[in-house]
Design a protein around this ligand. Structure first.
Ligand code: NAP
Length: 266
């Protein structure tokens, strides 16, 4: 609860259980790319992971099988839902509640791009992108809100993007959705604080997934030339931070936007 000073003594012994054992984590858009990497990382560290997907059922089942068959305490369940659809998200909440009970961690990862300069962007292009990244995060957070205020160490982790900070030609819709997550996260952090729960945002730079592989090679080279570390991020580098933010240890970090971008804004 708010202001409660909880001692977490540093033990010399290694913990008997995996760090995320006993924690239930929902990752939206976990069938592919960054979401898949996050789900696998959380499962590898002992969490029970709800692997949400919209259409890639076979891929989501692969993620679930890999987690449950690994020699860890991690468990996983696939659940289909389109995060833009409030009714599907509410049904997702009921399925999760019935099968594993309240969640400790929500990772709002589902996102799409639909790149066009503003001159060529129509209203559908604008709404589709904002519907998934921003309204999807709202729909899921709203549906599971009571979980964060009732469990110990509730966490909401929103996957934004460096584009939300910098903007980009052809990505006004994506930049608006991703910077919208900053204000959403900060407000949520304030509202959850009374319950001792936290909300944070991660803003990855270009990360090796299908989303980036779809960018033409010559443009990838141009982007890479501007990155001080001279490479794109690996999914595991994003997943590692999500694993930390999902843990009990991260409980004093809230309302932050944490960059993982190879030094792009230095
Ligand atoms: P990706 O490879 O295209 O995967 C997108 C995932 O989102 C898929 O699992 C997809 O599920 C799911 N999804 C899409 N629309 C959905 C919906 N309406 N409901 C539920 N799930 C939905 O993308 P990614 O590169 O891993 O990106 C993941 C997140 O990281 C996004 O929010 C993206 O904006 C952000 N990000 C990515 C990069 C990058 O360089 N890759 C950089 C910064 C931030 P289905 O396959 O089932 O449709």
């Amino acid at each position: 609860m708010r202001g409660e000073q909880r001692e977490r003594p540093a033990e010399l012994d290694l913990p008997a259980r995996q760090p995320l054992a006993g924690r239930t984590c929902l990752v939206t858009g976990a069938s592919r790319g960054i979401g898949r990497g996050i789900a696998s990382e959380l499962g590898r560290h002992g969490a029970t992971v709800i692997v949400n997907y919209r259409s890639s059922e076979a891929a989501a089942h692969e993620v679930v099988d890999a987690i449950t068959e690994a020699d860890t305490e991690g468990m996983a369940h696939p659940v289909q839902a389109d995060v833009t659809d409030r009714n599907e998200v509410n049904a997702l909440r009921e399925t999760v509640q019935d099968s594993v009970g309240p969640i400790n961690v929500l990772v709002n990862n589902a996102g799409i791009t639909c790149d066009r300069t503003l001159a060529n962007m129509d209203h559908d292009d604008w709404h589709r992108v904002i519907d998934v990244s921003l309204h999807g995060a709202f729909n899921c957070t709203k549906a599971f809100y009571d979980d964060f205020t009732s469990v110990e160490d509730g966490r909401v982790i929103n996957i934004s993007s460096v584009i939300g900070k910098q903007g980009n030609v052809g990505q006004a819709n994506y930049a608006a959705a991703k910077s919208g997550l900053f204000g959403f996260t900060r407000s949520l952090a304030l509202e959850l604080a009374d319950a001792g729960a936290t909300a944070n945002c991660i803003a990855p730079g270009f990360t090796v997934t299908e989303m980036v592989e779809a960018i033409p090679d010559e443009i990838q080279d141009e982007i890479r030339a501007d990155i001080p570390l001279d490479r794109f991020a690996n999914v595991s580098e994003i997943a590692g931070l999500v694993r930390y933010l999902s843990s009990e240890e991260s409980g004093y970090i809230t309302g932050e936007v944490i960059d993982i971008n190879g030094g792009l804004d230095l």
